[in-house]
Design a protein around this ligand. Structure first.
Ligand SMILES: Cc1cc2nc3c(=O)[nH]c(=O)nc-3n(C[C@H](O)[C@H](O)[C@H](O)COP(=O)(O)OP(=O)(O)OC[C@H]3O[C@@H](n4cnc5c(N)ncnc54)[C@H](O)[C@@H]3O)c2cc1C
Length: 252
């Protein structure tokens, strides 16, 4: 159920839902709700998403270059990167290309900070052809042919955000936390987004086990969890633009 709000009621966090069912009080609220997190908007509203000026175009192809045995990355020129990997029945490719915010809106129907995933139904013919033309111009012919033949496509705008300074908020006697992309979406080149979220979630399970099973004080366990995971999250947020700059991807 879609979460729409968080307030404090009788000293505990109270979640609200889109279907207006009776709000749910809780001891701990964990927001793991991705790049456009309602949790981040409520708890840490100053940290808004910023478009980084380029897009990860993604395709699942039913064919593959004949000699593709493993993950391959091509960097044909600054500001373009093509990653391709074999998957059962074909290959999975990601083609990073520069794109102004205006072009993004024209190609995918909404601003990049609003449409943070462009699903197959959002890919316009113009967006499709834009990728095909760049593939023809920048990639070896066999890779370009695979791109052209790909009918299932998506696109993800690359987004930045200010580094987080905390992961835990007291709400009355209870708490709310952010983790994964809700805490800090990072650039895909870092390969850290999913990994960080999994590590944070596993660490939170350990902190809650210390509280439930061994009687550890909950705030102490939660702030200990924060101090173990926050530095890595900050490092990944900062690393993204550094890698992007080296690859020649600029800001819009
Ligand atoms: C091209 C690309 C390549 C990547 N490569 C890598 C990689 O190599 N390694 C890596 O570790 N990471 C990589 N990532 C990043 C990774 O995909 C993300 O970091 C990860 O999927 C985020 O997981 P999450 O669970 O935090 O958020 P999400 O997967 O976005 O899940 C959030 C969930 O919350 C739900 N939700 C949202 N709002 C609400 C609401 N209001 N109420 C209730 N539910 C809600 C959503 O429906 C969704 O199910 C890559 C990303 C991209 C785009």
């Amino acid at each position: 159920m879609r979460v729409t709000g968080l307030s404090e009621h009788a000293g505990r966090p109270l979640l609200r839902f889109a279907d207006e069912r009776t709000p749910e009080p809780a001891d701990l609220v964990v927001f793991a709700d991705g790049r456009t997190s309602i949790g981040r908007r409520l708890l840490d509203p100053a940290r808004t998403l910023r478009y980084a000026g380029y897009v990860a175009h993604r395709g699942i192809a039913t064919s593959a270059p004949h000699d593709l045995r493993d993950f391959v990355r091509l960097e044909p020129c600054p500001g373009a990167q093509f990653n391709v990997a074999p998957v059962p029945g074909g290959c999975d490719w990601t083609f990073y290309l520069g794109c102004t915010a205006t072009e993004y809106e024209q190609h995918f129907g909404a601003k990049p900070t609003r449409r943070v995933f462009a699903l197959p139904q959002h890919i316009t013919p113009a967006a499709h052809e834009h990728v095909n033309e760049h593939a023809d111009y920048l990639l070896p012919p066999e890779h370009a042919a695979v791109v052209r033949a790909t009918t299932t496509r998506m696109a993800v705008p690359v987004l930045d955000i200010a580094s987080p300074t905390r992961m835990v908020w007291p709400i009355g006697r209870g708490h709310a936390v952010l983790l994964g992309d809700a805490l800090a979406p990072v650039r895909p080149h870092t390969a850290r987004g999913a990994n960080a979220g999994i590590e944070q979630a596993a660490g939170l399970a350990v902190a809650l086990t210390q509280h439930r099973r061994y009687g550890a004080d909950l705030p102490t366990a939660l702030y200990g969890w924060q101090s173990r995971h926050l530095p890595t999250a900050v490092a990944s947020v900062q690393q993204g633009p550094v890698i992007g700059d080296k690859l020649g991807f600029g800001v819009d």
